[in-house]
Ligand binder design. Structure first.
Ligand code: OGA
Ligand code: MN
Length: 276
């Protein structure tokens, strides 16, 4: 509680993940505290700012103090996140965000961080949950750390779409199979030396084990990483700006009606760290 620099007050919301950062808009825009915010983000996984009345332009400006924007993501750095096809043509694809994932799992580098601002909320559902994949890794029994140390997982867009459309047609499968797959370690050893678990909805199969073992292991690790002690659930208020460290967390949104009007504005920061 209340630790931080002169211009930031940090309020931790659970022991292992999620902090509210209290400050003013001028401080955020100036970038003076950017290094401290990045440090808090890595340590706490998720930070949010409340009551600041941030515009789209200001959201993008804040993002730029923290890292490099991903090119071609939304207009002017703002992507409209909605399950309503009238608002976002990729609404169906976005339904995949209701399942544990991290952003950019199929990109060359996982995204560094995502900024999400609540423009309009749903009356029901729509909370966003985050789990700390550093802490989840650290708490694994030593034998399990050894068991998974060298395992690699093939991630695919196709796999994540089975959550959205369990009985995909041949042509739907063929469409998603056009996206390149990516092979990632389960244990990500970061430049800092810390390790985190790399799982999520695009995790298709573990290399060199049976199909059954692969499914069981991926489910067991997901269950482990999403236990209540690793999870923070954000109850949104209009205008909240939330940032997650996409390299040390997974997230999912709780279901909400597609026609609820829920609208979030998202800005993504490009990854800086390769996977081994
Ligand atoms: C995302 C995402 C969650 C939400 O934009 O990457 O997962 O709460 N959004 O809308
Ligand atoms: Mn996401």
């Amino acid at each position: 509680m209340g630790i931080g620099s002169a211009q930031l007050e940090i309020v931790d919301l659970t022991p292992s993940i999620g902090s509210e950062v209290r400050t003013d808009l001028e401080t955020l825009l100036s970038g003076r505290e950017a290094a401290t915010i990045r440090e808090i983000l890595e340590r706490r996984g998720v930070v949010f700012f409340r009551g600041l009345e941030i515009s789209d332009e200001q959201q993008v400006a804040i993002a730029k103090t923290l890292g490099t924007l991903v090119a071609n993501e939304g207009e002017g750095g703002i992507n409209k996140i909605s399950l309503d096809e009238k608002v976002n043509q990729r609404a169906k694809y976005l339904r995949g965000s209701m399942f544990w994932h991290f952003d950019g799992s199929l990109q060359p580098l996982p995204n560094l961080a995502t900024l999400l601002r609540a423009v309009q909320l749903s009356e029901t559902g729509g909370q966003t949950e985050f789990c700390n994949t550093y802490q989840a890794y650290e708490d694994l029994p030593e034998a399990e750390k050894q068991e998974i140390a060298d395992l690699r997982v093939v991630h695919s867009a196709e796999r994540s779409q089975y959550y959205v459309t369990p009985e995909m047609s041949y042509s739907e499968i063929a469409f998603w199979q056009k996206s390149a797959t990516k092979t990632c370690p389960i244990v990500w050893e970061h430049r800092s030396g810390r390790k985190s678990l790399l799982l999520g909805a695009t995790s298709d199969y573990v290399l060199d084990v049976s199909v059954e073992q692969s499914r069981a292991l991926l489910a067991r690790l997901r269950d482990w990483a999403t236990q209540p002690q690793y999870v923070y659930r954000h109850e949104w208020q209009p205008g909240d700006l939330l940032i997650w460290d996409n390299t040390g967390t997974m997230h999912r949104v709780l279901p909400y009606p597609a026609d609820s009007g829920r609208l979030m504005h998202r800005t993504i920061l490009a990854g800086e760290e390769p996977l081994q």
